[in-house]
Write a protein that binds this ligand. Structure first.
Ligand SMILES: [Zn+2]
Length: 464
């Protein structure tokens, strides 16, 4: 008998954490952080004993899939981590960054609370830098795409390209159940067949059961080519009138895609008198990682990399590492194109650029990624006329563009097409999607594919 229980990303898009129990073997698929409105859940107990976990499989390095791993280790996990090399590399920079941010926030809040005489009300950070370095001392099994990995005599896992971010995979788990050979697939985050930087999503072959993300199960994205055109128009329109462009960007994948697009525009002569700033130490580190894994890039960039050309560098691009380099961007009054974190404007250097440029109508703010409910980014996308940035009221006068076709998540049609390619699929379980979206997706799947589909609730035991 095998059971799956979701301890996160059930009727929501963050906190991915799914426990697969096969006999007495406990396999955890992802251990992500809750974000946005759900972030209070990070300090809650996991709901299972971390000491019981034999294997931790990581589908990819986004924080909402790996962000609670150091907490798992701190609370006694002593099993084996199974992930691609790129995912481990990404996890190490993302988790160090997350620990740093949490500890800085804690210190500030603690200081403020102490001044109020209420320090006991500030909750401690989830983990610190030592917990992160402990995490990477755990035993590991490296995963390569399409190679079966033996976990036990009867349990095997295979990682397949998810076309989501560098190193991302969906996972096929093969196991014996009462003498029968069975398979369950966990989608992780599913991307698209065509990607700007990395290789695209591949199809699975067969499975009995599928746990699949439903982030965009209710909608069809704008075509990637149309989104690229929209992005180019927004940049050209703004810089032609002498304005500046702010692009809040996720350090992973989206930043590298934007760099490639801006590089193409530069080579076509469309960015005359412009300066491009990559103003995020984390995104700079992430871009270096992409360079170190040329085999995972799509053909054009892989070949370029092998020829020694850096696919992410061009003459007008400046990498601003230090705070003083970042501040010096303020002196550029016209035609600055600034890529900065965080992707949902919940922190990071983008906030500092908001203070300097968001109130000026000649500038623009281009959203190229998903904005979770409760974040500052979502408020602006939803039409806020002013926002508070570190306590200061700032008017939103810059032109706002929301371009959603860059999504690293497939839309309804992409996921349905991907699901349709599995043979023998009997049961679909929807995870990683807001409740209303997952419900709409469930109805669509039942109507079009006639496969039993269920929206998973948190901590619901599902016998597969
Ligand atoms: Zn992801």
């Amino acid at each position: 008998m095998a059971t799956v229980t979701s301890y996160g990303a059930a009727q929501m898009v963050t906190g991915s954490c799914h426990l697969l129990e096969i006999g007495n073997i406990h396999i955890l698929i992802d251990c992500g952080m809750f974000q946005g409105n759900a972030d209070h859940k990070n300090i809650e107990p996991f709901g299972f004993n971390p000491k019981d976990i034999d294997f931790l499989i990581l589908t990819h390095g986004h924080l909402d899939h790996i962000g609670r791993v150091p907490k798992l280790v701190k609370e006694g996990f002593n099993g084996i981590i199974v992930a691609t090399k790129a995912t481990i590399d990404i996890a190490s920079i993302m988790l160090l960054d997350a620990a740093k941010i949490q500890n800085e926030e804690y210190k500030t809040l603690y200081k403020k609370a102490k001044r109020r005489g209420a320090e006991a009300t500030v909750s401690e950070p989830l983990y610190d830098l030592d917990d992160v370095s402990d995490t990477f001392k755990r035993r590991r099994k490296p995963a390569y795409y399409n190679k079966k990995i033996k976990l036990t005599d009867t349990i095997f896992v295979t990682f397949k390209e998810a076309g989501h971010i560098l190193g991302a995979a969906f996972i096929e788990v093969d196991y014996h159940d009462e003498g029968m050979q069975k398979r369950v697939v966990f989608s992780g985050d599913i991307g698209n067949k065509e990607r700007i930087v990395i290789d695209g999503l591949v199809y699975g072959t067969k499975t009995n059961v599928l746990f699949v993300e439903s982030t965009y199960g209710d909608r069809v994205h704008r075509d990637l080519d149309e989104s690229i055109a929209e992005f180019r128009d927004a940049v050209i329109e703004t810089t032609k009138r002498g304005g500046n462009v702010m692009i809040p960007s996720f350090a992973l994948e989206r930043t590298q895609e934007i760099l490639i697009l801006l590089k193409q525009m530069f080579e076509e002569g469309l960015l005359e008198a412009c300066k491009v700033f990559l103003d995020s130490p984390l995104a700079i580190k992430a871009t270096n990682l992409y360079k170190q894994h040329p085999k995972l890039l799509n053909e054009e960039h892989e070949i370029n990399s092998i020829l020694g050309n850096n696919p992410f560098a061009f003459d007008i691009l400046k990498l601003t590492q230090t705070p003083s380099q970042s501040i010096s961007i303020n002196a550029v009054k016209r035609r600055a194109i600034i890529i900065a974190g965080s992707g949902m404007c919940t922190g990071g250097r983008i906030l500092h650029h908001f203070k300097h440029r968001l109130w000026d109508e000649k500038n623009s703010l281009i959203f190229v990624g998903y904005q979770v409910g409760g974040t500052l980014g979502r408020k602006i996308v939803d039409g806020a006329e002013f926002v508070y940035v570190r306590g200061e009221k700032i008017a939103v006068k810059a032109k706002i563009y929301t371009i959603n076709g860059f999504s690293a998540h497939g839309d309804r049609e992409d996921i349905i097409d991907w699901i349709e390619h599995f043979e023998g699929l009997e049961n679909i379980y929807l995870i990683h999607g807001e409740e209303d979206k997952a419900k709409i997706f469930r109805e669509t799947i039942i109507e079009r594919l006639h496969i039993k589909t269920h929206v998973v609730k948190e901590r619901e035991h599902i016998h597969i």
